[in-house]
Structure formats: structure tokens, C-alpha cells
Design a protein around this ligand. Structure first.
Ligand code: PEP
Ligand code: MG
Length: 899
């Protein structure tokens, strides 16, 4: 018989697949002797079976749950539904990967009109008992029957107003009892049913609602954004209730073992005296900082600190814990590896290694490499902030670092709509709720007026790597008039606002940002990565400034210098246009002659910045019309000119330009007159570029600087193309070397970005010393998806509906495009064993793709400078995992030998 239900004492932390993260960790905490109220977990598998069987909870699941429930009842000496001595339980969801606030929780289950008296008898506190009962009705109504929470909240507000109360704690037992009746009436009105008095009905409906919550839209949206598979299911955890709302010696809270924004060591979090957990997580009341517990509950604080240290040492990772204190007794209700910013992740990993808790390998494996560019997140310069002191609206809690500016929006749907048309927005809310997720994804940053550093907004923003200022209480939000005011300033919807998620500051206006810098700990971690990795890391850089940045970030060379970017400058574009418009070769050469010194100067700067490292320069790639004005705009302009000044020289000149643009326009420019095709038809373009490269190389070399130029031909599909271009270029190279009397060692190679080139890599490799896989084009041409249009058209649908697991332009399609790479590599190495192989598409800076390149045996990857840290760490992780797998294999082989 399949086991669907596990008591906490029977599970452990390695059973996340089956028990979900929450269930597995509750089991682990029970195993290591921490005070966890007894409970059990119904498996994720049972959830998937339930969802597949048209929502039918099987008799075996029920029978096993009944048995486990009996164990809880024995342990706490109470019984579910016993009017004299009732057991109350919580029912919570918990998937393999944490989805903060995404799914469902029901507390106080087991209360009805009779057991509420039993609870009064147990506690001697009717006020508490009726408060608990009304919470159950509201949560049950919301989670199981989708009655909007607002209906219940309205009743509470109305009663408070009628009685002249300010806060919930003013309500008496009779008031709460009155609310229970009102809540039951709402339940009846909205569902046509009475609130279930049968506690078994409550239990099964709650478990089913938890299972169903796996498929509610906000959970589905979160999974998509976080790339979590949709077929994992959620477990349901049923646990004896403990109460943080039983008076001044009760409390509830959340705590991290380290600060999740900065990584600083020490308990960090919040708690609320006399409250239930939902009050903290949902950010409904702004809680106290946890350090204050040292004063209010010193012994319990010590105990909590001890458990926190135990858990961190046990899990060898920073923990995010939930706890409840019931009448002076501390219970642990959850622990998990805490979500953290990239800055914090690096600091924690380095600190844990230096204090001997983990090894360098473990530190590196602990890092989410794709998160690392966050360290380079934009910030506001101190001086800019100083100048904007009069515009400072308020300071809230710096809940997720990074700086962002954008137009104020108060509504998540509006945030999404504006972002779709390219607007930058800041989502401003009282507090966010899981249903706001789409607006949070769309916004540059998030600002809330309530809630702490563990509120929904803060947790989700940190997970997304977005700036967030939370709990900014001095801001006055007027949602009816759509304004925001503080410090004598009032802003309206659509006005610019700037937030600093590191310090919590909020400014009026659109403040400029500067990029972040790598600090000491990051450097340490990256140096460790370099100790382990065997895959080289270069950068894609087109200017001397980018090259300098790439070096600072640890790139050992340039894997792709896109020379066309050098022609885009204001001073160069007109000359480039002259070259394109030239009617004769002489005219073209004349224009090229003007471009030559500009290119030479750039190459010189790049060679100097990359002293001693290879620089791969790719000759002109894009179709020529990309350098000319947009034909539609030009047509409008010429039409107007013809109407207003038909004979002017300007009209004639613009009309001539329009003619050329139309002549050059292609139906499929991506498959058109670009790449090596340009250089074959107009050899003078390549000649100029090669001359500029060698003249620059000769100059830099004569200054005693080591150089290693590599000339790369784009978009080759046949060996003949490469052979001809090589001859053409070698002639120019020899000519310049003769003229400058400087010999320059260089390499000649090509990109592999057309499937045919991969298929015939052995032929092409006979004319190349290196290949660089251009996986942007290779993906485009292998899938047949336009890289310019696919994402805005059908790709989003494909991803939403699971037709594709990932965006192949972001994460390499290892099964399809990957096969072409592996095949090309084998063929190339067969004829040319020393050929150097790299990859320079966007994938070179994405962790999973980098791991693939390491596995495939490429020599290096090349990516945008800010992604260089990702590639360094991902390459190290791949090497470490490979070594571990090898060691495991050897161990298994040894075991076989022994046997
Ligand atoms: C590529 O196609 O992967 C590549 C790096 O070249 P580009 O993006 O410039 O076409
Ligand atoms: Mg390309």
C-alpha cells in the first residue's frame, strides 16, 4: 500500500519531493529534538493523484490521515471535535520549493459551536476562544469557498466603529462572539450553506482546498516566473495548534539567522506579542524588531537564538524560521533556507567558509549564480541623494536592495499595462498580497506603507532581485484621489518617484543611478571559483570602456567584439551612411578611409585594456540597412518635404536616401545580406577593418604590450566562404605588417551560428584555428524563430502553456541546439585537434548553459561584462559537481570490487 501520510517523527529533510519543504523540515526539526507541535504531512504525490482524479480524496488517504491524527491526539491529550477537550489543528500547504504566501493556510480548525466552549474551558479565556473561532470562519470561507476576505474585514471595522474602538484588542468576548455570528451569516449568505459544524468535514475540505491551491492563478504565475515545474504538487501539513495570541506572554514571529538583505550575522526578524502568525507574514500589523525580545522576553530570546544557531549549523545554511510563543513556551513552526539578496548570499557563503562551517566547494554550490549580477545593481550616488534632500519624502525599511525610479502606479494591473508599453513604474501599495504578483513582476521597484522586512512585498521582491522599500509608514496613501504625500510633498499617479531599497529612502523625482561595484567578499568568492573552474571566461565587449569593466570583473579576454557597434556613434554614423550610399567602389573606399582611424583608435584602446589576453574581433555582421533611417519615418518626412518645399536640395537628398533604404530593405534581413556575405561582395569593408586591427596591434605591440588578436568571420555556412575570406584577409595582414615592420601573431576563425556550419564543421575547421558558437543565431535558425520577434509574439504563449520549458534565447536548448554544438565539436576536433572552441551567444552568461559548455568540453564562454561573475561561479559549480560525480562513481566501483 502506498504511504500517503508521514508523521513528523517519520520524515526528514531529504524528503522534500514527497513532503514539500515545510513538511520535510518540520520532520527534521522534530528529529533533532526541537520543540515542534506534533503533526503529519500528506504527500505531494497524494496531491497530484487528487488533482488528477477529479478532486476525489481517496479513502486510503483519509484512513492514513485518521491514524496519524490519532497520534497527535494521544500526544497532546486532546481530541478533534471533543466538546469538552478539543484539539485544534492548522492545515497548511507546503511545496518542494518555497512559494511565499502563494498558497493556503487554515488555522484553528476543529472549532464549532460546541468545541468553542471546550476551548473556553481549557483556556479560561472566552475572548480568545471567540476570536479564534471567527478567524477560522474567515479563513475557511476564504480558502475553501473563496469568499472575499474584505466581507469579513468590513464587519470587524463596522463593529469597531460602532463601539468606538481603535484596535482589535479593545474588543471584548461578547464582541468577538457577536462577530462569530456575523461571520457565520456572511458564510451562509455567500455559499448558501451553514458553516460546517462537523469537524471531519472541516478537515477534509481544508485538505482538498490546500491541494487545489496548487493550481490557483497566483500560484501558477509564481511558478512560471520562478521556473518551478507545474507537476510537483503541494503537500498538506496538519499540525496541533499553538497560540501566539493568548496574552502578553504569547507571541509569534519570523526570524532569519542572518540579515537577508546584507548577510550580516545575527538574529534578524520581527515578532508581535499577542498575535497569530498570519498577522506577521501578511504584514497586517507592523511588528517589532526581534532584538527587542531581548528586553521583553530575555529567556525566550536566548532560547530562540540557541535554536537558530542549532538549525544553521545543522543545515549549513542561513535559516528563515517561524516561531510561536504560547504562554511563555517557545515552539518552532517552520525552518527553511532563507531567500536572500545576492550581496547577502555572497557574504554568508564567504563567512560560513571562513568560520569553518562549510568548505569552499559548498560555499560555491550554495550560490545561485544567475543572481550575481544583482551585486552590480544600480544605486543612487551619495551626492545625488544629498542634492535631493529637499525631495526626500520618507524613509521606510530597506527591504530589498537596488535603486529604482519610475512612475507611480497604485494598481498591479496598471503596472503591467504600462510596463508592456515600455514605461518604468514603481508599484506603490499599502501592502502587497500574492494576487499582486503580476504587477510586482512588471514594476522596477516596490514601495509599501505597511509591513516589515519579512512581509510579502519584501520576501517576493528579494526573490526577484528587485528594489523594495517596505513599511514606509509616514507616507500617506490616498487611493481614492490616487495621491501619495509626506514631508509636505504630494505626488500623483504618474509622477516620478525614486526608491533606494538598501537604505529605505524614498525621493520625489527621477534620480539617476550608477552601477554597483564588486566588494571584498565577492572578490574572495570569485577567486575561489577560479581555483575550481577549468572553463575559460571572456567577455563580449565593443569599446575600451567595456573592456576595462570586463577585466575588472575577471574576464580573461574578449570573446566577441561586435565591430558594428563602433559605427553607431554620432560622429561615425554619417560616414557609415556615406559608405553605404556610395555609388562606386572609389566613393566607398573614400568613406571607409574616414572610418579607418576611428576603428583603429577603438581597437588600440581594447588591446591596451586586455593586455596579455586574447581579443576576438568579429568583422561587420548586420545588414547594411540597419545603419540607415527607418523607411516608414523617412517616407513620412519625404512626403511632407515634397508638399512644402518640393525643389529644395534637402528634399532631393532625403528622397535619394529613401530610395537607397528601399533598395536595401529585405523581406528577411536576418537571413539576408549580412555576415560574411557582406565581406565577400564588398571586400573593401573587410579590408578596412583588418587594416585597422593590424595597425592598432602594431602600435600597441611597439609600446611593449602583449597582444593576441583573433579575427572572426560571422555567419559562415560553407567552407568556401571562409577559405576565400581568409586569403583576402591574410593579404591585408601581410601588407600592414610589411608597412609597419611589426610582425603580429594572430588567429583566424569563425562563428558557428548557421546549422549548416555545425553540420559541416569538419570541412570548415580546415580553414579555422578557432570556432565560437554564436548561439543567438544558432538558436534562431535551429528553431526557425526570429530572435527579434518571437518573444513579443508566440514565445510567451509557448512558455505559459508549457509548450517550451524555457526561453531558448535565455537558457540554451541543450537537447536540440546543444546537439549541434556537440556534433560540431567532435567533427572539428577530428580534423583539427588543437582547434579552440568557445561560445559567445547570450547563453555564455547563464548558469545552466555555462554548465552545459563545461560538460561539452568547450574551452571558454564569453558573455556581457556584468554576467562575467555568473559565468565564473557557474563554471566552478560545474567543475565541482563533475568532480563529485567522479568521486561517487569511483566509490561505487570500489564497492563493486570489494564485493
Ligand atoms: C550570436 O549570434 O550568438 C552572436 C553572438 O552574434 P550576434 O548576437 O551579434 O548576432
Ligand atoms: Mg550572430
Amino acid at each position: 500500500m502506498t504511504k500517503h501520510v508521514y508523521a513528523f517523527k517519520d520524515g526528514n529533510k531529504d524528503m522534500r519531493d514527497l513532503l514539500g519543504g515545510k513538511g520535510a523540515n518540520l520532520a527534521e526539526m522534530t528529529q533533532i529534538g526541537l520543540p515542534v507541535p506534533p503533526g503529519f504531512t500528506i504527500t505531494t504525490q497524494a496531491c497530484m493523484t487528487y488533482l488528477a482524479s477529479e478532486n476525489h480524496l481517496s479513502p486510503e488517504v483519509k484512513a492514513q490521515a485518521e491514524e496519524a491524527l490519532k497520534d497527535i491526539e494521544d500526544a497532546v491529550q486532546k481530541k478533534l471535535g471533543d466538546p469538552a477537550n478539543p484539539l485544534l489543528v492548522s492545515v497548511r500547504s507546503g511545496a518542494k520549493f518555497s512559494m511565499p504566501g502563494m498558497m493556503e493556510t487554515i488555522l484553528n480548525l476543529g472549532l464549532n459551536d460546541e468545541t468553542v466552549h471546550g476551548l473556553i474551558a481549557q483556556t479560561g479565556d472566552p475572548r480568545f476562544a471567540y476570536d479564534s473561532y471567527r478567524r477560522l470562519i474567515a479563513m475557511f470561507g476564504d480558502v475553501v469557498f473563496h469568499i472575499e476576505k474584505a466581507h469579513f474585514e468590513e464587519q470587524l471595522t463596522a463593529l469597531k466603529q460602532a463601539r468606538g474602538y481603535k484596535v482589535d484588542t479593545d474588543l471584548t468576548a461578547t464582541d468577538w462572539q457577536e462577530l462569530v455570528n456575523r461571520f457565520k451569516a456572511i458564510f451562509q449568505e455567500k455559499t448558501g450553506l451553514s458553516f460546517p459544524q462537523d469537524v471531519r468535514t472541516q478537515l477534509w475540505l481544508a485538505i482538498e482546498a490546500v491541494f487545489k491551491s496548487w493550481n490557483i492563478p497566483r500560484a501558477v504565475a509564481y511558478r512560471k516566473h520562478q521556473h518551478i515545474a507545474h507537476d510537483l504538487g503541494t503537500a498538506a501539513n496538519i499540525q496541533a495548534m499553538v497560540f501566539g495570541n493568548m496574552g502578553p506572554d504569547s507571541a509569534t514571529g519570523v526570524a532569519f539567522t542572518r540579515n537577508p538583505a546584507t548577510g550580516e550575522k545575527g538574529l534578524y526578524g520581527e515578532y508581535l506579542i499577542n498575535a497569530q502568525g498570519e498577522d506577521v507574514v501578511a504584514g497586517i500589523r507592523t511588528p517589532e524588531k526581534i532584538v527587542l525580545m531581548q528586553v521583553t522576553m530575555p529567556d525566550l530570546y536566548k532560547q530562540l537564538l540557541h535554536y537558530a544557531q542549532t538549525l544553521e549549523t545543522h543545515y549549513k545554511d542561513m535559516q528563515d524560521m517561524e516561531f510561536t510563543i504560547e504562554k511563555g513556551r517557545l515552539y518552532m513552526l517552520q525552518t527553511r533556507n532563507g531567500k536572500r539578496t545576492a550581496q547577502a548570499a555572497v557574504r554568508i557563503a564567504v563567512d560560513m567558509t571562513q568560520s569553518g562551517l562549510i568548505s569552499k566547494e559548498e560555499a560555491l554550490l550554495q550560490i545561485d549564480a544567475n543572481q550575481l549580477p544583482q551585486v552590480l545593481l544600480p544605486a543612487f550616488e551619495m551626492e545625488i541623494k544629498r542634492q535631493n534632500t529637499p525631495n526626500k519624502l520618507a524613509t521606510g525599511l530597506g527591504a530589498s536592495p537596488g535603486a529604482a525610479s519610475g512612475k507611480i502606479v497604485f494598481d498591479p494591473d496598471e503596472a503591467e499595462t504600462l510596463a508592456q508599453v515600455g514605461e518604468k513604474v514603481i508599484l506603490v501599495r499599502r501592502e502587497t498580497v500574492p494576487d499582486d504578483i503580476h504587477g510586482m513582476i512588471a514594476a522596477q521597484g516596490i514601495l509599501t506603507t505597511r509591513g516589515g522586512s519579512t512581509s510579502h512585498a519584501a520576501v517576493v521582491a528579494r526573490g526577484m532581485g528587485k528594489p523594495c522599500v517596505a513599511g514606509c509608514e509616514s507616507l500617506i496613501l490616498d487611493l481614492r484621489h490616487e495621491t501619495l504625500s509626506a514631508n509636505g510633498l504630494t505626488l500623483h499617479k504618474g509622477d516620478y518617484i525614486s526608491i533606494d531599497g538598501a537604505t529605505g529612502e524614498v525621493f520625489k523625482g527621477n534620480l539617476p543611478t550608477v552601477d554597483g561595484k564588486i566588494n571584498g567578499e565577492m572578490n574572495t568568492l570569485l577567486e575561489w571559483a577560479d581555483e575550481f573552474r577549468t572553463l575559460g571566461v571572456r567577455a563580449n565587449a565593443d569599446t575600451p570602456q567595456d573592456a576595462i569593466k570586463a577585466r575588472q570583473l575577471g574576464a580573461k579576454g574578449i570573446g566577441l567584439c561586435r565591430t558594428e557597434h563602433m559605427f553607431m556613434g554620432q560622429d561615425r554614423l554619417p560616414v557609415m551612411q556615406q559608405m553605404i550610399m556610395a555609388k562606386t567602389e572609389a566613393e566607398r573606399r573614400n568613406a571607409l578611409q574616414k572610418l579607418l582611424p576611428m576603428q583603429r583608435e577603438d581597437f588600440e584602446g581594447i588591446f591596451r585594456a586586455m593586455a596579455g589576453y586574447p581579443v576576438t574581433i568579429r568583422l561587420l555582421d548586420p545588414p547594411l540597412h540597419e545603419f540607415l533611417p527607418n523607411p516608414e519615418t523617412l517616407l513620412e518626412e519625404v512626403t511632407l518635404l515634397r508638399l512644402n518645399e518640393p525643389d529644395s536640395p534637402e528634399t532631393q537628398e532625403r528622397a535619394q536616401l529613401l530610395k537607397t533604404v528601399m533598395q536595401l530593405k529585405e523581406s528577411n534581413p536576418m537571413l539576408g545580406f549580412r555576415g560574411c556575405r557582406l565581406g565577400l561582395i564588398y571586400p573593401e569593408i573587410n579590408e578596412m577593418q583588418v587594416r585597422a586591427i593590424f595597425e592598432a596591434a602594431a602600435k600597441v605591440k611597439s609600446d611593449g604590450i602583449a597582444i593576441e588578436p583573433e579575427i572572426m568571420i560571422p555567419l559562415v555556412g560553407t567552407a568556401e566562404e571562409l577559405k576565400r575570406l581568409r586569403e583576402q584577409l591574410e593579404n591585408v595582414a601581410r601588407e600592414v605588417m610589411r608597412e609597419t615592420r611589426q610582425s603580429v601573431d594572430y588567429h583566424f576563425g569563425t562563428m558557428i551560428e548557421v546549422p549548416r556550419a555545425a553540420l559541416l564543421a569538419d570541412e570548415i575547421a580546415q580553414h579555422a584555428e578557432f570556432f565560437s558558437f554564436g548561439t543567438n543565431d544558432l538558436t534562431q535558425m535551429t528553431f526557425g524563430y526570429s530572435r527579434d520577434d518571437a518573444e513579443g509574439r508566440f514565445l510567451a504563449y509557448y512558455l505559459d502553456h508549457g509548450i517550451l520549458p524555457d526561453n531558448p534565447f535565455e537558457s540554451l536548448d541543450t537537447t536540440g541546439v546543444g546537439q549541434l554544438i556537440v556534433m560540431a565539436e567532435e567533427k572539428a576536433r577530428h580534423v583539427n585537434p588543437n582547434i579552440k572552441l568557445g561560445l559567445c551567444g547570450e547563453h555564455g552568461g547563464e548558469a545552466r548553459s555555462v554548465a552545459f559548455c563545461d560538460e561539452a568540453g568547450l574551452n571558454y564562454v564569453s558573455c556581457s561584462p556584468f554576467r562575467v561573475p555568473v559565468a565564473r561561479v557557474a563554471a566552478a559549480q560545474a567543475a565541482i559537481r563533475k568532480r563529485k560525480a567522479r568521486e561517487q562513481l569511483n566509490q561505487n566501483l570500489n564497492l563493486l570490487h570489494i564485493k
